[in-house]
Design a protein around this ligand. Sequence first.
Ligand code: AMP
Length: 331
Amino acid sequence: MATIQEEILNQIKRYDTIIIHRHQRPDPDAYGSQLGLKALLQASFPEKNIYAVGKEIPGLSWISSSEQFMDDIPDATYNKALVIVCDTANDPRVDDQRWRQGLEIIKIDHHPNDEPFGDWQWVADEKAATSIMIYEWYEALKDQGLQMTAEAARYLYIGIIGDTGRFLYSLDQEVFRVVSEIFAYQFDYQSIYLHMTTVSESAAKLSGYVLQHLNILPSGFAYVVLTRTLIHQFDLGDAGTSFIVPLPAKIDRVKAWAIFEEQDEGNYRVRMRSRSVPINKIAQNFDGGGHPMASGAWAQDQEEIDKIIKSVDQAILVDEQTQQVKDKLDD
Ligand code: AMP
């Protein structure tokens, strides 16, 4: 019986048109896996039409070398197309909802498969990044015509360093093995690091604000609420605010944290992170989800913000009590 990886390649071979999607508000792994797969398929099947669609995030435009890096395609292109959705756990989060118009749908993802979709699914939540999966797919099937290029390798590398926080999280031997293979291709990794490690002066000042105004509860849960007015004061331009998400981890007694960012619609985007207590189930209760240690959610108002704070605070305290009981039993 064919493996799911072989099945995916068989489907790709059957179609002349392949449209690759990923999640809304893309991060480097969403772009990296999507554009890495596109570059890999273009090199392997030059006769096919391969597109990558979704909104362009100006702050991440450096990821691509071309000025317009998302393809603009008419609805009719979907009539005969295979759609591949990368790095997206649930279907409402797929960027560009026309994905449903594809003749067949393939899901490739490393988030917990709480909301399955698609005709073919390759979901592996133990993988550090969807970009790792794309590289391993190439590796497993390269004798069947798949061609890696420096461009594809660069995109996949961006995805891997994005989701591992430049080798801080989700590490295992596989990550380093794949990265060592990827380094066989020539690309300018220094310029990637320059983009990923530096921020504008105004963004650095917002970082200072976040650290100064972080509320840290006795449990070790930290949070900050950023209003629209405040964010506008910092004049971030296209940068977005993702650079502030890892900041609370710098404080040793912080065990989990959330950044609440008010949107133009008046609701709040919530970005949650944890060192050890899973938070994705809490995120799911607030229109969100994600990984156990890195999730996103939505709060409609202050009342929901308070509920999220209480839920994570409680989860840390319960986890500590459970740990104490375990330690006592072990003694
Ligand atoms: P973020 O906080 O936006 O960087 O997202 C952290 C993780 O949670 C990523 O893997 C996202 O794909 C996932 N995530 C963020 N927001 C949502 C949401 N509303 N629903 C499901 N997953 C989400």
